[in-house]
Ligand binder design. Structure first.
Ligand code: TRP
Ligand code: SF4
Length: 405
């Protein structure tokens, strides 16, 4: 459970700048972001510091990759009116929070994050025995907590990082959530709910704290969520008051698993730049056509009249994403009976991919030709994000006793 009421839930997600994006990014992440931006307050950023943790020896591509990636976000339909789009390093507050959180984060928590050892193994050619690389997931925690994000849409591989973030937030709240006069402030906030609600709230709190009735806690939270005239600060205080902890300064986020729409690559493996099996969002129609025409198919279909099995063919995986049920049926029957050839079978896929990419490419072209607009969008996003980040940081500094007011 997140500690914040749903109407205040923010969505935050970041992507390492890897240059131009491909259909795997689009189906796996971007489409989801586009949907979320209409339901939640969204923050999407280019994680350029995260890119540096692995590419510090050759950072020459980071900046151009960031712009290319942002162009693809915009082209895919991320709207600067609905979401804040920004660059991590342009909000240096992330770094300060990272430093502050590093004070309370046991080394063992970082060493145990599965990606730490996995990535070191996988990227053997890079020296990842660095301080920055070990701290990677904690930097991610700072990214999330600085916006008090409730929901973090990520892939499976990132869930452990969100888990770490929850633990760090819990530890932070435990250590620093005990503001002076907490009980008194909480009681004043309860009184603002009106007599009847206040009594109900206190009864529920007692039931939960003395008898451990979970239901009572949920009821009190729901009651709290429904209050119009209680500030967010007081709500956070009262969440802590309910559960018997201090004030919750950094709410624990939840990972939001991207609905697994696995976009296979041209060869049937996961689509990934490192496998060289991608269709980029900005590949020209000729390029897309050529790539699909040369896709491998069921090796059993050597000659046109050899029957095949779609289950053994990556083109079929594309049909499952792109084709209507009728077309799928046509491909199945035609393949198994050798009624159609692979060239025939691929044509509807080519058409569908081109149709999907067309509006994206039109928009991308506009942004490519007007980079100053892209930069202005990001500059706005940077400022808007910074405003939020500054507020959280101020609270964090106060809680840790270094506000110097
Ligand atoms: N580590 C993420 C990845 O490699 C990118 C990232 C950085 C991120 N900070 C984040 C994702 C905060 C979500 C929230 O994909
Ligand atoms: Fe693949 Fe279609 Fe050829 Fe069958 S007919 S092998 S599904 S491309």
């Amino acid at each position: 459970m997140s500690n914040l009421p749903t109407q205040h839930q923010r969505v935050l997600s970041g992507m390492r700048p890897t240059g131009r994006l491909h259909l795997g990014h689009y189906h796996g992440v971007l489409k989801n972001w586009v949907n979320l931006q209409h339901e939640y307050e969204c923050f999407f950023f280019a994680a350029d510091w995260h890119a540096l943790t692995t590419h510090y020896e050759d950072p020459s591509m980071i900046e151009s990759s960031t712009w290319e990636m942002v162009i693809d976000w915009l082209a895919a339909g991320i709207s600067p009116g609905a979401a804040k789009i920004f660059i991590q390093s342009k909000v240096p507050e992330h770094a300060e929070l990272h430093t502050l959180l590093s004070m309370i984060t046991p080394l063992g928590w970082l060493e145990r994050v599965p990606t730490y050892k996995d990535q070191q193994e996988k990227l053997k050619e890079m020296d990842l025995a660095t301080y920055g690389f070990l701290g990677y997931p904690l930097l991610q925690s700072a990214d999330i907590l600085i916006y008090k994000a409730g929901l973090v849409p990520v892939g499976e591989d990132q869930v452990a990082h969100v888990e770490l973030t929850r633990e760090v937030a819990r530890r932070f709240n435990h250590l620093y959530g005990r503001e002076i006069g907490f009980e008194q402030k909480a009681e004043q906030a309860v009184a603002k709910m009106g007599k009847k609600n206040a009594r109900m709230f206190m009864d529920c709190r007692k039931k939960f704290q003395e008898e451990g009735v979970q239901n009572a806690l949920d009821m009190a939270k729901a009651l709290l969520d429904s209050q119009q005239n209680i500030s967010i600060g007081d709500k956070e205080r009262l969440y802590g008051y309910l559960e018997g902890s201090g004030k919750i300064i950094l709410p624990e986020p939840k990972a939001m698993l991207t609905p697994a729409s696995k976009m296979p690559g041209l060869d049937g493996q996961k689509m990934s730049k490192s496998y060289g099996n991608t269709i980029a969002l900005r590949d020209s129609p000729d390029e897309v056509t050529r790539k699909i025409r040369t896709m491998p198919t069921d090796p059993a279909r050597v000659r046109r009249n050899d029957p095949g099995d779609p289950a053994k063919c990556p083109v079929w995986q594309f049909h499952r994403i792109y084709s209507s049920l009728e077309t799928q049926e046509w491909a199945q029957v035609g393949c198994r009976s050798a009624g159609i050839g692979c060239v025939d079978c691929k044509q509807p896929v080519i058409d569908a991919v081109l149709a999907e990419l067309k509006p994206i490419q039109l928009r991308a072209r506009e942004y490519e030709e007007d980079l100053s607009t892209v930069k202005a969008i990001v500059a706005n996003g940077n400022e808007a994000a910074r405003d939020e980040a500054r507020d959280t940081l101020e609270e964090v500094r106060k809680a840790m006793g270094i506000a110097y007011l």
